[in-house]
Design a protein around this ligand. Structure first.
Ligand code: IPE
Ligand code: IPE
Ligand code: MG
Length: 240
């Protein structure tokens, strides 16, 4: 049976899971310890978001710019991701979570893309929370990739240039069925998007908080949702 979603909440929530390195530094631990703890918060947050009846959750896992980091850190992040696919396989499958991925997955090392796609396939008929993992994701890269696909269809005679509208464009994004993102939460005190959901977030409400991601709690989530509920979303119009 299809789950009922609460309309007072954002339909689509995005989270920029930031501050793992600083969390570790504060404890004199290596950065990877922060990533390990951050992954635990990601798992808990997926459950908390699902329990609140939110329909779509996008988590920023790894950006197209994160390859600039030291190779050892990148390698650790990739192996952490692989371990999580294994450990969460049954849990996502059995908890009615539908996994989708956004990003240039083909550029991921080894067969990580295949492993992610296996989990996507295993959960495709689930009707609860849709979890969108942004991996090797960049908002600009997504727009470029969509533009290339549209150009191919124009050259193949499938699309007329005059037919290119915002609605048509959105159908060429990585996950066309994702609605616009309503709320983006960014912990760690940074007040920027860092290339996250640029198209989908055109009218997103932003909530930032000083807490570092490994310290993010259900109370932080609820505070952000409450803040979201108090915002006047005008979309360029005026409030009556
Ligand atoms: C977020 O934490 C995780 C990724 C970007 C992969 P950071 O690693 O960016 O942590 P800080 O910002 O250095 O504290
Ligand atoms: C954004 O965080 C990317 C992810 C959380 C995956 P960054 O730490 O990479 O962003 P900047 O460098 O502070 O903008
Ligand atoms: Mg960071």
């Amino acid at each position: 049976m299809k789950q009922q979603f609460n309309s007072q909440l954002p339909t689509h929530l995005g989270i920029i899971m930031d501050g793992n390195g600083r969390w570790a530094k504060e404890r004199n631990l290596p950065r990877i310890a922060g990533h390990r703890e951050g992954m635990k918060r990601a798992k808990e947050t997926v459950e908390a978001v699902a329990r609140r009846g939110i329909a779509f959750l996008s988590l920023y896992v790894f950006s197209t710019e994160n390859w600039k980091r030291p190779k050892s850190e990148v390698n650790f992040l990739m192996s952490l991701l692989r371990d999580s696919i294994y450990s969460e396989f049954d849990s996502l499958k059995n908890n009615n979570v539908r996994l989708v991925c956004s990003g240039r997955l083909a550029e991921l090392p080894d067969n990580l893309a295949d492993e992610l796609n296996a989990l996507v396939a295993a959960t495709k008929d689930n009707t609860g929370l849709t979890l969108n993992l942004a991996i090797n994701y960049g908002g600009r890269a997504e727009i470029i990739d969509a533009t290339k696909k549209i150009c191919q269809d124009v050259l193949a005679g499938k699309v007329e240039i005059s037919q290119i509208t915002e609605d048509l464009y959105a159908r060429y994004l990585y996950q066309p069925e994702l609605p616009p993102v309503d709320l983006i939460i960014r912990p760690s005190g940074e007040m920027r998007l860092s290339n996250f959901l640029l198209w989908q977030g055109a009218y997103a409400e932003l909530v930032t908080l000083p807490t570092l991601w490994p310290d993010f709690s259900e109370a932080d989530l609820d505070a952000a949702l409450l803040e979201y509920g108090s915002r006047d979303r005008r979309f360029g119009g005026i409030t009556e």
